[in-house]
Design a binder for this molecule. Structure first.
Ligand code: ZN
Length: 259
């Protein structure tokens, strides 16, 4: 076991790390969005402790599972609907606007980084996006608003308007392969940063959790801000067990000039 030489870090230490960095990659997990009222679906009391996740193969094979999936989506039971970015998202958006952060890799599907003003091209979504749907055959994008009414009024399970293929929210489901494009972009970003900043991820879901170590092995500093200890704390150059919003607001003040 490595010694945790970084414990006792403060928000001021985090601010210094960020100020000194030139090419930051931000990696976010459920912890940044719990402050927007979105439950951490893996935690006790989270969504998956109350209802079974629907496996990708079951969604494809079974119309009843597709109906259940769309019922969950349109009932808002997953907790994503109508949520707003919080101070943590805003601080990340400032880092991107200042040019200090070029990419935000996220495990979240809530679209809140884009909602905070970051260009979609700079958000790398490892688990997809729950705020719209795509065709599983031709990848045509479908807006949830366009699918909702016919599902709720006549119970029509969404099909693709272009090819009649199956339509599913643009999330990566259990049993579905990790998306190749975002995985490749996340790897490239991890190899080209001088600070890898983890915000609100317990870093237990592989392969995504391999990116911090990849960055670290290629010379980046690793900073972790999370309420609870993570498995990678011993490898980090800075560990701050803190709330994301207040910590990042202190570290990236709203009125600071770009450095
Ligand atoms: Zn299609």
């Amino acid at each position: 076991m490595l010694q945790d030489k970084s414990s006792g870090a403060t928000r001021a230490d985090l601010a210094r790390r960020i100020a000194d960095a030139r090419r930051i990659v931000v990696f976010t997990g459920a912890g940044i969005s719990t402050e927007s009222g979105i439950p951490d679906f893996r935690s006790p009391g989270g969504v998956w402790s109350k209802m079974q996740p629907i496996q990708f193969q079951d969604f494809v094979a079974d119309p009843a599972m597709r109906r259940e999936a769309w019922t969950r989506t349109f009932s808002g039971r997953a907790g994503w609907v109508g949520r707003q970015p919080n101070a943590g998202h805003a601080a990340v958006a400032r880092l991107v606007a200042q040019g200090k952060a070029r990419a935000v890799i996220t495990q979240n599907v809530d679209n809140l980084h884009q909602a905070s003003g970051i260009a979609p091209a700079q958000v790398i979504e490892l688990h997809g996006n729950a705020s719209y749907a795509t065709c599983l055959d031709c990848a045509e994008r479908h807006e949830l608003e366009d699918l909702r009414e016919r599902f709720l009024t006549v119970g029509q399970i969404p099909r693709c308007r272009a090819c009649s293929g199956l339509v599913k929210t643009a999330t990566i489901s259990f049993g579905q392969a990790m998306p190749a494009g975002p995985m490749a972009r996340a790897e490239a970003a991890s190899l080209d940063c001088d600070l890898f900043l983890v915000l609100g991820s317990s870093l237990v879901v592989y392969p995504a959790a391999g990116f911090p170590l990849l960055a670290k092995r290629h010379g980046a500093a690793l900073a972790i801000v999370n309420r609870e200890p993570t498995d990678l704390d011993p490898y980090a150059d800075l560990v701050l067990h803190d709330e994301i919003g207040p910590a990042m607001t202190a570290a990236v003040p709203a009125n600071a000039p770009p450095s």
